[in-house]
Design a protein around this ligand. Structure first.
Ligand code: TGC
Ligand code: FAD
Length: 389
């Protein structure tokens, strides 16, 4: 079926298997997300039905091996699923990308066999919800400065510190937390809800990602069994490697949000009559719409290429940074432009643009800010690291 946002027939670049998965998620979003998401956002509520439903439709861990409950799909498959979820809402994509890329991925890549068997199947079905604690109140763009730490206590470690702005932390059963050991080396630990001294209060009153719970993680002398330490990685590259996966999914997701805005604006431009003609007849509105579809098409090609390189084992973190930065920026611009095409109607909850626009203000900040990604590209092309003096 012709889709207005697939201008260059990029569907032909996607495998049949991945198209089937994408279309199934698209239908699920239409049935389960679209009818309730506006109300969720207005009420600033996370839908537990959606959170759990994502497990039922295979959106948790589609690219994790089947033996641990994942879908065994390639990275393009993961990407098109994120695109469809974010067409519905960035908060819904966040639920799936955090669970997949920031919780299941590190356990699968760096966890022991026991950890994989214990956590991954329950995370895949959504029986357990996970979160990822890297950012701290004083260390956002510079996570290497983190002060959260643990000391040895026999067969346990004692964890102290605080994480901030953590997606899903108030609801999470398990958290992958990054903290420094006694030698100052960054390690990953799996904490569980109910551990004494661990709390996760919600951050209230956000104007962005209102359908996704964001919170703190506070550790006051939390005794974590040593068997909960991820054995397979030491150093900041551990958490940063997880970010590669999540940033990649976001770059697909942002295109989904842009497509939803563009589709809505295009439809409206053909229906809304002013000065006796559909507003789509006027050159100024055509300019907006033509530029939107051009940017969407470029963004689709960019992330498809990065996904293909990832599947071939050739993508670098800097490639992913370029795609995350570009695609979120164009999505945010398209949300603003498409809102203007609708005039006053664009500010209402009858249409998705304001919700996408507000969401994308978080998306352009988390997983590395817009500035940080530019500096990663700058470092890659010049060889000079702007983060160090
Ligand atoms: P630097 O000295 O450059 O690197 C330290 C070590 O890490 C390695 N490395 C990477 N490894 C894998 N992937 C990457 N992308 C990597 N980037 C760096 C590097 O090779 C080195 O390894 P080794 O073995 O030599 O030690 O580190 P730096 O301290 O100078 O920092 C560099 C910088 C600024 C680029 C990095 O820290 C950064 O990306 N900052 C942004 C922080 C960020 O993105 N936080 C995201 C938190 S999670 C989140 O936002 C979730 S939102 C979820 C949702 O709801 O969807
Ligand atoms: P800061 O690092 O204080 O940056 C402030 C400004 O300074 C930015 O504009 C930045 O670009 C700029 N800046 C910083 N350093 C430089 C530099 N060297 N050169 C030029 N400019 C610079 N984190 C997690 O660990 N897990 C999560 O699940 C998670 N979920 C989130 C959900 C939401 C809704 C939000 C908003 C954030 C979430 N985050 C999460 C945190 C997110 O990753 C951080 O907000 C982000 O990394 C930026 O850190 P900061 O907010 O402390 O900004």
């Amino acid at each position: 079926m012709f889709q207005p946002h697939d201008y260059l027939m990029l569907d032909e670049l996607i495998s049949e298997e991945n198209k089937l998965a994408r279309d199934a998620i698209r239908d699920w979003v239409k049935q389960e997300v679209t009818p309730i998401i506006e109300e969720s956002a207005q009420k600033h509520e996370t839908s537990i039905k959606i959170l759990k439903g994502l497990g039922e439709i295979g959106a948790y861990g589609p690219n994790i091996p089947i033996e641990y409950g994942g879908g065994g799909m390639d990275e393009i498959g993961y990407g098109v699923i994120m695109q469809e979820l974010e067409r519905g809402d960035s908060g819904v994509r966040s639920m799936a990308s955090v669970q997949t890329s920031l919780v299941m991925y590190p356990i699968n890549r760096y966890g022991s066999e026991e950890q994989k068997k214990k956590y991954l199947p329950k995370l895949a079905t959504g029986e357990w919800i996970g979160c990822f604690g890297l950012t701290e109140p004083d260390y956002g763009s510079n996570p290497g400065g983190m002060v959260t730490n643990f000391v040895d206590d026999g067969d346990h470690v004692i964890l102290n510190g605080a994480k901030m702005w953590i997606t899903n932390s108030p609801l999470a059963d398990v958290g992958v937390v990054w903290a420094k050991d006694e030698e100052g080396k960054v390690r990953g630990l799996i904490v569980e809800k109910g551990m004494k001294g661990y709390t996760a209060p919600e951050i209230e009153n956000k104007w962005s990602l209102r359908t996704s719970a964001t919170g703190e993680m506070i550790f006051e002398d939390v005794r974590v069994p040593k068997e909960n330490i991820l054995p397979g990685v030491v150093g900041l590259r551990g958490p940063l490697s997880c970010l590669n996966k999540a940033r990649y999914g976001i770059a697909w997701g942002a295109v989904g949000a842009a497509m939803d805005c563009y589709d809505s604006a295009l439809r409206y431009s053909k229906e809304r009559i002013q000065f006796g003609k559909p507003i789509g007849h006027f050159q100024l509105q055509q300019k907006k719409l033509a530029e939107m579809i051009t940017e969407i098409t470029k963004a689709q090609l960019l992330i498809w290429r990065v996904g293909t390189l990832l599947d071939e084992g050739k993508a670098t973190p800097a490639h992913i940074s370029m795609a995350k930065r570009n695609n979120v920026e164009i999505a945010l611009k398209i949300a603003r432009e498409s809102r203007q095409v609708l005039g006053a109607m664009g500010i209402t909850g009858e249409f998705p643009m304001m919700r996408h626009m507000m969401n994308l203000e978080s998306v352009i900040t988390y997983e590395g800010t817009h500035d940080v990604h530019l500096l990663i590209t700058g470092h890659d092309i010049t060889g000079f690291n702007a983060f160090t003096c």
